[in-house]
Design a protein around this ligand. Structure first.
Ligand SMILES: Nc1nc2c(c(=O)[nH]1)N[C@H]1C(S)=C(S)[C@@H](COP(=O)(O)O)O[C@H]1N2
Ligand SMILES: [Mo]
Length: 430
């Protein structure tokens, strides 16, 4: 293969030679320079010369019986923030939302949160017990679950601590870290109501207590009304078996509600009259308010959005001209109906384009096809859901919740996009 630089020649650096150098190095041109391309053929070896991938055969069909992403995508991975938690057994990592597009999160890079590590539980060893205030206590094997009518739904799962490090001020530089405790998958499973009806819930049964088979068990109480509504006992995600770290072989899916309730390696469901936490312990997942008091039972994830690109991990590399601004929006109260984008820190807003109509309690992708003039921007997005709820500013949230909270931070995120295209996590007052 020829050396692209030698083709340009060592002559005077004309406008065209600079452009050719840009092209040869794979650098995109500013919009105004596009016309220069028409002046004459540019000797780009990637077009003019036969490349190795066209000269030799590729891998045979048996090379990778289960495929993984090509090596050039090796930085699209979950990442941990080591100082956040004491060890990786009771820890969390973050989905690389900055590098994804569309809405479905690939399982292999979907964030994981566990309190006592990801366990290995085989299908033949799997049992789900349903007891408490029921007419017929039942134990299901995995095969038993396969015989109930199934449903298929896409839902986001967001840890209540997502963006929790940002309460006191802008802290982590990248949407992966500020907003990556979330994934959005297509689940297949059995409706929990189907199993509860099989067991026969007694009239006093107002709550369920759910726990996992891991050492932490992550026991949580959920009101019967939600349990009977849309909660799923899921065994497939994105078409395939759940990954070990997401609860193989069976997890609970609690649409729109905080990730903590989505019990993995689901082992037992007890129908109770009062929430079990009320008898045993106070819930860890409470929100501290500005006046020092706490709020509890805040399960629903309010509408939220973030610009995933450009963002600190995805700087603009192409200079002024056409720029695709994109991001994600979601709401635990229903479908996203609108997303607005601001480039001036929330003073003016323009409506973004939803890639597809919002689906209830699932992620929505938005785009703003923008002509960037190269000046700095304070880039924000604001989600609106079908209830009319508008994503609040961080200042508005702090007025009610103070700065000592960890959970449920759905405030508007700001990226400061600089003239050189780099981006930084900042806050603007509102
Ligand atoms: N059995 C069990 N279920 C669990 C947990 C756990 O530690 N053990 N962690 C919970 C928390 S806090 C969250 S945010 C979600 C995360 O789900 P994921 O690992 O699929 O991202 O699982 C929940 N379910
Ligand atoms: Mo969580």
């Amino acid at each position: 293969m020829s050396d692209p630089v030698s083709k340009i020649g060592a002559g005077v650096a004309t406008r065209r030679s600079v452009l050719r150098a840009g092209l040869a190095a794979g650098v995109a041109l500013p919009a105004g320079a596009l016309a220069a391309r028409a002046e004459g053929p540019v000797p780009d070896p990637l077009i003019t010369e036969v490349q190795d991938w066209a000269r030799y055969n590729g891998d045979g069909v048996d090379a990778f019986p289960y495929g993984t992403p090509i090596r050039f995508e090796s930085d699209v991975i979950r990442r941990n923030v080591p100082w956040l938690t004491a060890d990786v057994i009771s820890s969390i990592n973050f989905t690389p939302i900055h590098a994804l597009d569309g809405t479905i999160t690939p399982a292999g890079c979907s964030f994981e949160r566990h309190h006592s590590g990801a366990i290995e539980l085989a299908k033949p060893d799997y049992r789900l017990m349903l007891n408490g205030l029921v007419d017929r206590p039942l134990v299901f094997t995995y095969d038993d679950l396969m015989r109930f009518p199934r449903e298929q739904r896409v839902y986001f799962c967001e840890c209540a601590a997502n963006s929790g490090m940002e309460w006191a001020g802008a802290q982590l530089n990248g949407s992966q870290y500020t907003h990556g405790m979330i994934h959005n998958m297509e689940y297949v499973g059995v409706k929990l109501s189907t199993l509860l009806e099989e067991a026969g819930v007694q009239p006093e049964g107002e709550w369920i207590y759910v726990e996992g088979a891991d050492a932490s068990s992550n026991g949580r109480s959920i009101p019967m009304e939600k349990a009977m509504d849309d909660v799923m006992v899921a065994f497939k995600a994105n078409g395939e078996a759940l990954r070990k770290e997401h609860g193989y072989p069976v997890r609970l899916v609690v649409p729109g509600w905080e990730g903590n309730l989505w019990i993995k390696w689901l082992r037992r469901i007890e129908v109770t009259d009062v929430p079990v936490q009320a008898r045993e312990e106070t819930s860890k997942y409470t929100d501290t308010l500005a006046d020092g008091t706490s709020r509890k039972w805040t399960w629903v994830m309010d509408a939220k959005s973030v610009v995933t690109a450009p963002s600190p991990q995805v700087p603009i590399t192409h200079g002024p001209g056409p720029l695709v601004i994109t991001g994600l929006a979601w709401s635990g109260r229903g479908a996203i109906t609108r997303v607005d984008v601001s480039i001036d820190g929330g003073r003016n807003w323009r409506e973004a384009r939803l890639a597809a109509p919002g689906q209830s309690m699932a992620m929505t992708r938005f785009y703003l096809d923008f002509d960037w003039d190269g000046s700095e921007m304070l880039l924000q997005s604001r989600a609106i859901d079908e209830t009319g709820y508008v994503q609040p500013t961080k200042d508005a949230l702090r007025e009610i919740r103070g700065t000592n909270s960890i959970y449920h931070n759905n405030g508007i995120q700001t990226w400061w996009i600089k003239e050189d295209g780099s981006a930084e996590n900042v806050e603007v007052s509102s």
